[in-house]
Ligand binder design. Structure first.
Ligand SMILES: [Fe+2]
Length: 344
């Protein structure tokens, strides 16, 4: 496995880049906007293809690199279901898995620092965001933080992992880079409490100043969705309501870009074909199934995904590849459901 821990010294943030092999798909957790050039250089040097950028929660101390990475690499942005962000490409929740080629991370909902805090478990290591830090825990006094929930997340989930599980947090201000579950159980002063009430009391009396960047970072991090005006202006978007009348018509091919897990969990639009977003380039080039489908049948290609981000990127790529009839459903499957579209 390729694994890199990257540090932003301004905000004390750790970001994690991982892939199963050189030349393969990569995933990054908690990227920082100012470091995006550095990440992309490394991705290039290691001959990787960045396909997913994930935030453990809405950060208050730095601006996320999610939007910039998506705009520059067309990767999928991922956050938890509870995140108040405007749009991400994919949302996950407890029990889901986050997959890239050769790697599969278990998704753990670990609220408390914020109500949208997640941890991600990759076999021998867990990425704990700001839920569990090295010899500390993330503050719980803003962004819908809740020390009681955090206690449950830490004691009920994270500390139940095997003692040798490595802990990689989103921050450290003392110079530590990694710990283990066993080490934190033994030495983390915040965990030396006898009850949840004692923990709540401890967390409610920290009296910390707000992060310097908070007033800038939180609003910026709430708006990570891609600008789609150009796609609409060019007539490459249909509303979910318009799409209702297209389904089942012979001159339209509806293409679902989501992953199998998303389809199984949330359902699909009847009659749609499955062509996952990571295979898009292969599918739209001459000889690819979507290219040939459009050429042979003259069908209009209508992409959709979960929220309209992957499909908007797919429309642009398909148009660039000469599929001039390609368009997408604005707002994706989420908008389709709101428009009471039928499901299978
Ligand atoms: Fe945080």
């Amino acid at each position: 496995m390729i694994f890199r821990q990257l540090f932003d010294s301004v905000s004390g943030t750790y970001s994690y880049l991982m892939a199963s092999r050189q030349g393969g798909e990569a995933l990054i957790i908690d990227p920082v906007l100012e470091k995006v050039d550095r990440y992309l250089q490394l991705v290039c040097e290691l001959d990787l293809r960045l396909v997913k950028a994930v935030d453990t929660h809405i950060h208050a101390d730095h601006i996320t690199g999610l939007g910039a990475l998506r705009d520059r690499t067309h990767c999928i942005t991922v956050m938890g279901e509870q995140s108040g962000v405007d749009v991400v490409s994919m949302r996950v929740t407890e029990g889901d898995r986050l997959d890239v080629e050769g790697l599969s991370l278990d998704v753990l909902y670990t609220p408390g620092h914020t109500d949208d805090s997640y941890s991600f478990l990759l076999s021998d290591r867990v990425f704990t965001g700001d839920t569990l830090l090295i010899r500390g825990t993330g503050r719980t006094d803003f962004q819908n933080g809740d020390p009681r929930l955090q206690y449950e997340s830490i004691f009920g989930k994270l500390l139940r992992l095997p003692d040798e599980t490595m802990i990689f947090p989103a921050h450290d201000y003392k110079g530590d880079t990694v710990s283990t579950v066993g080490e934190e159980k033994a030495f983390n002063p915040r965990l030396k409490v006898r009850s949840v009430d004692e923990y709540v009391d401890l967390m409610n009396n920290l009296k910390l100043p707000n992060p310097k960047m908070m007033d800038v970072a939180v609003p910026a991090n709430m708006h990570v969705g891609m600008a789609q005006e150009e796609i609409r202006r060019r007539g490459w978007a249909v509303t979910a309501a318009d799409a209702l009348s297209l389904v089942g018509t012979p001159d339209v091919a509806l293409i679902d870009l989501r992953e199998r897990r998303e389809r199984d969990k949330h359902g699909t639009i009847p009659g749609s074909l499955h062509a996952p977003y990571p295979d898009l380039q292969e599918n739209i080039r001459p000889g690819g199934i979507l290219h040939e489908l459009a050429a042979a049948t003259r069908k209009r290609i209508v992409f959709y995904c979960a929220f309209g981000e992957r499909s908007a990127m797919a429309v642009q790529a398909a148009q660039d590849a000469g599929l001039s009839s390609a368009c997408h459903i604005d707002g994706g499957f989420s908008a389709w459901k709101k428009a009471d579209g039928p499901l299978t």
